[in-house]
Design a binder for this molecule. Sequence first.
Ligand code: COI
Length: 356
Amino acid sequence: MTETLNFDVTTVTESRIHQFDPNNITFGSLFTDHMLVADYIDGQWQTPKILPFGDISYNPALASLHYGQAIFEGMKAFKNDDDEVLMFRPQDNWQRFNISAERMCMAQVPEEIFIGGLEELLRLDAAWVPKGEDNSLYLRPFMISSDVYLGVRPSQNYRFMIIMSPAGQYYSTPPKVKVETEFIRAAPGGVGYAKCAGNYASSLYPAKLAQEQGYTQLLWTDAIEHKYFEESGTMNVMFVIDGKLVTPAVSSTILKGVTRDSLIKLAQSMGIEVEERRVSVEEVISGISNGTVTEVFGAGTAVVVSPFAAIGYEGEDYVLPAITEQSLSSKLKKALNDVRTGKVEDTFGWVWKVNA
Ligand code: COI
């Protein structure tokens, strides 16, 4: 439980839960009954409002629409066997959100609004938290600048919101990813470590070009030499090399993923050696060919653990071995899901139970 705050709550007169089919979920397309809206005006957070989910109106001169002060988080909630609602590592996401806010010159969001707001919403919309393998309720806290002003300066007013959407498996088949050696996601000194909207906007064009060539997503390389892996699509990337879990060390160009960190800690607890370091394209491409690289996978809140089928590099596809239950990525995914859904004891202090 976090410090309590009064929320101004208006509930729906009729739930839309009948629209929700847990066996047929398309990511990010259906939203729960309620949302949270908190405004930061004249240096003060106003009483957060919980409202029926719906459209909001905005002034065409809203600063965020023009200059992109917009950040977000991706989180998930689950139900345990007793139907209690569990959030996964919400404090880590709250802290990262405020790191993003600082980089984008935005207001800091207090814990009682960020985590308290999530708890309040989850209590109201608990019925929307699905059970079942790969299912969860995806939580999307976000913040935009809300000055009505076209001068370029940090906004003085902000709007923080939370919306929630049932989620199933993100990719239906293992992605085929292309090593990107022309476009970049992030450069040193830029905003790569911040979860800001612009990072996703600028990734769309190179991803579209790769999709036209038959790939699902990109494997981003460093901005300077295009020699070292950074991330993949909207997720961190991990490799199994000689039986060790290897992943690019976080830096100013790489998002400090909560799933990434959880998988590292779970692997270590299983006695698997973990290396956080630079991983070169050459090491991975030759490793696939000589059998030392056995798995490559994306790690993120939305995708969880997403093993890649093949890696495209310089016009050639390097096919990865098929994933089995014995693969490290399968074991890590299971271990993560077991903790998140309360199936095993949480020895890490990651699970946050939402009191009914
Ligand atoms: C997440 O994993 O939460 C992400 O940020 C990916 C999202 C952009 C779909």
